[in-house]
Design a protein around this ligand. Sequence first.
Ligand SMILES: *Cc1c(COP(=O)(O)O)cnc(C)c1O
Length: 424
Amino acid sequence: MSGSSAELHRRRTTAVARGVGSVVPAYVARAGGGTLVDVDGREWLDFAAGIAVTSVGNSAPRVVAAVRDQVERFTHTCFMVAPYESYVAVCERLNALVPGAGERRSALFNSGAEAVENAVKIARHATGRPAVVVFEHAYHGRTNLTMALTAKNMPYKHRFGPFAGEIYRAPMSYPLRDGGLSGAAAAARAIDVIDKQVGAENVAALLIEPIQGEGGFVVPAEGFLPALREWTAAAGAVFVADEIQTGFCRTGDWFAVQREGVVPDLVTLAKGMAGGLPLAAVTGRADLMDAVHPGGLGGTYGGNPIACAASLAAIETMRELDLCAAARRIEATMLPRLRGLAERDARIAEVRGRGAMLAVELVRPGTLEPDPVATATVAAACHRAGLLVLTCGTYGNVLRFLPPLVISDDELARALDILDSAFA
Ligand SMILES: *Cc1c(COP(=O)(O)O)cnc(C)c1O
């Protein structure tokens, strides 16, 4: 039942659908801290963390103990059939962690896309309005509704339509590519599109990633999010922060909206929240969450007891190890190194991001023309040298770095040395 990565890859091509891709053809045997080890015994430094999931590390001790204990007691009852404490406890934690002083409620799901779908359901139900406003470069998932919310055609949407209706796309604040528009000016531009093309009174929800993930780690100009927050409050629309990638200490705060003091009505959560087990949530204002009739929200596996046990342990680990501070330390180590690289290499147009969510955007030197080929070449050089990095961006020209927040100083230094050599 085992074999080399090359053998497994051959088996895969005749067993696994071609539409499911992998960044590297290395099959994992074990992982922990800041590294993965493949079945050939090769060690990889991990700048992916399973796409910002294993913030507490792979097989983090508390998570392993909690999962082991839960799996021995019971594995599934379905919370909608016979409930259990850990689901309630996760909701209590989330309600206390998200920004805002008022009463909060939560509901648990399996994936980020499912959380986004449910946030839209709740916002539409509570407001009685149809329209959902999303942004250029947005990524919200791969299900039918979330494909419609996602901006990029290839590979996410191509020939998978028709898509859900009543989705409207507004211009994003993207300082590198909008001439450095201020946050207030970029928000005014977006609000003008919404007012004229949708109509404020038709908007159920404005859905936005505080820092865009798959769309290119785009950090909106200061003031953009607060201005949109203010507009939704005046318009009676629900402000939904998609913190699926940015949440749970990734950006140096529990949630990225906290940097500018923005209090969302609803927050979608997934990825980092359960130490690698599949769990997602919508958390938000009690009046909105409780607007939905009993039975209107749920799913067979949502808030599975093993995932809930893992989440409680992961959140405890984040607190105990102060992983928000760890993310800020990672930023303090990485930013000067990335900026030094950008000074030496004219292909790097911008270094951006926050905490342990950092990226470089690559262009043809002297222009803003995206260079996805150079980006793929540098990523491939990193992979050959044993550093797992990911690319992203509407133009495929952004190298992004998402180390586990528990990565050691030594692992981080080795990873940055590989990155330097890969650019050279
Ligand atoms: C990953 C991601 C999603 C989708 O989550 P899945 O668990 O893959 O369905 C939605 N929004 C953002 C911002 C994401 O990064």
